[in-house]
Ligand binder design. Structure first.
Ligand code: HEC
Ligand code: HEC
Length: 356
């Protein structure tokens, strides 16, 4: 089966996007702004494996799954209103279509599940981890386990992982094509079907994966400060993300995603923790100039945006103090008083289909 023309259109959009300079406000889609040529701070390019190029897309049905997964990842809005309750796309936080090291890349993520997560107190396979980002980062209602959208997203991550870890020798025709059920589990398991060529070359089934997640920063010298953060925001961020964090739209599509308010990640998301936001911002923002901010500035501006109202934590059932005690703490300011108001008391709604 050949990929449909709609899929190919999505693909060509992304390819032309790579030629476009980061930061141009003319782009019609955030994906066009995703490519960053700069190397992440303090790391040489050779330390990171390179994701496969599109000419390594496998033929046939599995290739179609990969391509659809890619499309859901860069244009997650195509899954609204069923699953998505805000204006974001996965790619807004997992930069360069989930390929970029130090921006929670999918090739590293895929190889890290199944894994135990404190967040829901159980072992999560890859599809359950995907559900988490739908519920909180996308303020949505996750597709049910086994849903074709989760299969496609897993296929995209599997292909990225196989190609990235195999390197230049990656031959998609020699790749094992797992069953849907297997795909959804993730790659951190003994029976994971890895490329024979990779194993023959001495590859390990438990590869070290530099570039996973958003690398930690040291604690800031001074406690993060909202007023200083606001000044950083106004100087370095508001030109794209708007004075009130509302983002910017062109022809009803967001070209710059919102950071607070009704249309962004909710109070249960990883990004609402000031440390996680600081790590992301330091490595990835301002767009096209990662590393421009000092560590202190990254902490301060993260503090500013993560003390603004956003959609409610979907686990909240009326008692802010309790929700905070149960699920927050650490570097989340949810349920605490900031500038005379308790954060969470004026939150915006969750996706209408949110699970009870
Ligand atoms: C608002 C930002 C944001 C958006 C949008 C978002 N995510 Fe995430 N995602 C995160 C954060 C933060 C983490 C945790 C990373 C960390 O702790 O280092 C994460 C983690 C993940 C992980 C696990 C990474 C790992 O290495 O363990 C996967 C897989 C993932 N997201 C997939 C998705 C998918 C699929 C979508 C779209 C449906 C999506 N995310 C949308 C912020 C986001
Ligand atoms: C040149 C425009 C530009 C500037 C300046 C910029 N950003 Fe972004 N930002 C973007 C774009 C575009 C994305 C989405 C990335 C993608 O889709 O590849 C993004 C994504 C984000 C996200 C994750 C998505 C979300 O909506 O939560 C955060 C957080 C963020 N930026 C914070 C900041 C901060 C803080 C600054 C200032 C230090 C900043 N940005 C400066 C364009 C910009």
């Amino acid at each position: 089966m050949k990929p449909s023309s709609a899929l190919l259109l999505g693909l060509s959009l992304a390819v032309t996007g790579s030629a476009q300079a980061a930061g141009s406000a003319q782009a019609a889609h955030p994906d066009k702004l995703a490519v960053q040529d700069e190397l992440p701070v303090g790391k040489a390019a050779s330390e990171h494996p390179l994701p496969p190029s599109w000419d390594k897309l496998p033929a046939g049905e599995f290739g179609d799954k990969v391509l659809r997964g890619y499309q859901y990842f860069v244009d997650t809005q195509s899954l609204a209103p069923q699953f998505v309750g805000n204006a974001l796309n996965c790619i807004n936080c997992h930069m360069d279509a989930g390929k970029k090291e130090n921006a929670a890349p999918l090739w590293a993520a895929y190889m890290s599940y199944p894994a135990f997560r404190k967040k829901n107190n159980k072992i999560n396979d890859y599809q359950e981890r995907l559900q988490g980002c739908f519920m909180y980062s996308m303020n949505g209602t996750p597709p049910e386990l086994g849903d074709p959208a989760l299969v496609d997203l897993s296929a995209y991550a599997y292909w990225l992982a196989q190609g990235t870890l195999t390197g230049e020798d990656f031959d998609p025709a020699a790749m094992t094509v797992p069953s849907d059920e297997d795909l959804l589990k993730g790659g951190k398991r003994d029976d994971f079907p890895f490329m024979q060529s990779y194993m023959d070359a001495g590859g390990s089934k438990e590869p070290a994966l530099p570039g996973r997640g958003y690398p930690k920063l040291d604690e800031p010298e001074q406690a993060p400060d909202i007023a200083r953060g606001k000044a950083v925001y106004e100087q370095e961020c508001s030109v794209c993300h708007g004075t009130n964090g509302e983002g910017q739209q062109v022809n009803d599509r967001y070209v710059f995603p919102p950071l607070w308010g009704p249309d962004t990640y909710n109070w249960g998301a990883g990004m609402q923790r000031v440390n996680t936001a600081a790590y992301f911002i330091k490595r990835n923002m301002p767009l096209g100039q990662p590393g421009k901010l000092t560590d202190q500035q990254a902490w301060d501006v993260a503090m500013y945006l993560d003390t603004r109202e956003r959609p409610q934590d979907p686990r909240h059932h009326g008692d802010l103090k309790k929700t905070r005690e149960q699920y927050h703490g650490g570097k989340s300011y949810y349920g605490t008083e900031v500038e005379g108001k308790v954060l969470g008391s004026e939150s915006y709604p969750n996706h209408p289909n949110k699970p009870q």
